[in-house]
Design a binder for this molecule. Structure first.
Ligand SMILES: C[S@@+](CC[C@H](N)C(=O)[O-])C[C@H]1O[C@@H](n2cnc3c(N)ncnc32)[C@H](O)[C@@H]1O
Length: 322
C-alpha cells in the first residue's frame, strides 16, 4: 500500500480534501506539517522528515524534467506519494530524495497547475492502477458539462482543472445556483489581474445535455459502466457529463455511463472532475495541446457561444484561487 503525503500544506480545506483523495483510493494520508496545520486540524496524522526518508518517495509536482504520470507504471508498495504546498510546491529536500518525480501534463494555455487535492487524486488514479487503458489517438476534444455542482469551491476547482487540461469553454448546469449569480468576492481583484493576458475560460450556462450531441457519456464513481480509462471519451459530437451527487440524465436522452474506478469512497466533486478531465486529456495525447480558439466556435465545439452575453469569462488568476 502507498501513503499520500501533503508537504507543507497551508490551507486546512485543502488538507481535508487531500484526506478525501486518499480515501478514494483506500490509502492513508499524512502531512509533513511545516505550516502548523495541526493547530487548526486537531488529530491530523503527521510524519517527520526522517520518517518520510525511510520510504521511497514519489514526488508529484510540475518540476523541470518530471515524467508524465501517464507513463509511470505501478510504483513500489510502501512508497510515499508526495504533493506540495499550494504556492511553493514540494520542498527541495524531498524533490532531491525522490525516486520518481511525476507531473500531470497541463496542455492549457492559461492555467498550469491543479488544486493540490485534485492533483493527488489524478496521480493516485494513474499510479495505483487504471490498467487496460485505451491508447491515445488523435481525435476531437469533446465538450464538457459540469452537471449540478453543489458547492461553488468544488465548481471553481473543477473549472480550474478544465482550463489546465486545455478546454477554452465549459458548460455548467447550475440548478443549485452555486456558480452563476453567486457573489464571488474575488471577481473584482480578478478583473484587476486580467492584465496577465493569459487565456480566459468561458463558462456557459446550460439547461442540461443538448440534443445537438450525437453521443453523451456520463462519468461518475457510482455508475456501473466500464472504467473511464477503457471508454472512448473523445470525438466530434461527444459531450462528457460529470454529475455531482443526485443528478440524473433527462429521461428523453440516451446516455452511456462510464465509471471513475476507485477502490474507496466516491470522493468530492473536484476530485472526480479532475480524474475524468485528465483521462480525456490523456486519450487526446498530443492533440490535447491547446490550440488558439477560432472566432465564434472553439475546437468545433457545440457549446452555444452565441448565447445571450456568451457566458462568463474567467481569468486564469481567478481560477488559480480554487
Ligand atoms: C498549486 S501547486 C503548486 C504550485 C507550483 N509551485 C507552481 O506554481 O508551479 C500545489 C501542488 O499541487 C500539485 N500539482 C498541481 N498541479 C500539478 C501538476 N500539473 N503536476 C503535478 N503536480 C501538480 C503539486 O504537488 C504541487 O506541489
Amino acid at each position: 500500500m502507498v501513503t499520500l503525503v501533503g508537504d507543507g500544506i497551508e490551507n486546512p480545506a485543502n488538507a481535508t480534501a487531500l484526506t478525501e483523495a486518499a480515501g478514494m483510493f483506500a490509502v492513508p494520508c499524512r502531512f509533513r506539517d511545516s505550516r502548523d496545520l495541526s493547530s487548526q486540524l486537531p488529530g491530523l496524522s503527521t510524519v517527520d522528515t526522517d520518517g518520510l526518508l525511510t520510504t521511497p518517495i514519489v514526488a508529484v509536482d510540475n518540476a523541470p524534467g518530471a515524467e508524465s504520470v501517464y507513463n509511470v507504471r505501478r510504483i513500489h508498495s510502501g512508497a510515499s506519494i508526495v504533493v506540495g504546498n499550494e504556492r511553493r510546491g514540494i520542498r527541495p529536500d524531498l524533490l532531491r530524495a525522490a525516486a520518481h518525480t511525476v507531473q500531470i501534463p497541463m496542455p492549457g494555455r492559461g492555467v498550469n497547475t491543479l488544486n493540490v487535492a485534485t492533483a493527488a487524486a489524478v496521480a493516485l488514479y494513474y499510479l495505483s492502477g487504471a490498467t487496460g487503458r485505451r491508447p491515445a489517438r488523435r481525435s476531437q476534444r469533446p465538450d464538457v458539462l459540469l452537471a449540478a455542482p453543489r458547492d461553488h469551491v468544488e465548481a471553481g476547482s473543477s473549472l480550474r482543472s478544465a482550463a489546465a487540461f486545455g478546454w477554452s469553454a465549459v458548460a455548467v448546469e447550475d440548478r443549485d445556483k452555486v456558480w452563476f449569480g453567486t457573489p464571488r468576492p474575488l471577481r473584482a481583484e480578478s478583473r484587476a489581474a486580467a492584465r496577465s493576458h493569459r487565456n480566459p475560460l468561458r463558462v456557459m450556462p446550460s439547461e442540461g445535455p443538448d440534443p445537438v450531441y450525437s453521443r453523451i457519456v456520463v462519468c461518475s464513481p457510482t455508475s456501473d459502466g466500464p472504467p473511464v480509462h477503457r471508454t472512448d471519451l473523445t470525438g466530434a459530437g461527444t459531450l462528457i457529463v460529470i454529475p455531482d451527487e443526485g443528478w440524473e440524465p433527462p429521461p428523453s436522452r440516451t446516455v452511456e455511463w462510464a465509471r471513475v474506478d476507485v477502490p474507496g469512497a466516491p470522493g468530492r466533486y473536484r476530485l472526480v472532475t479532475g480524474i475524468v478531465l485528465a483521462e480525456v486529456a490523456r486519450q487526446l495525447g498530443d492533440s490535447a495541446k491547446a490550440r488558439p480558439p477560432r472566432r465564434g466556435l472553439s475546437y468545433g465545439s457545440e457549446l452555444d457561444l452565441t448565447a445571450p452575453d456568451g457566458g462568463e469569462l474567467l481569468d486564469p488568476w481567478e481560477l488559480e484561487q480554487y
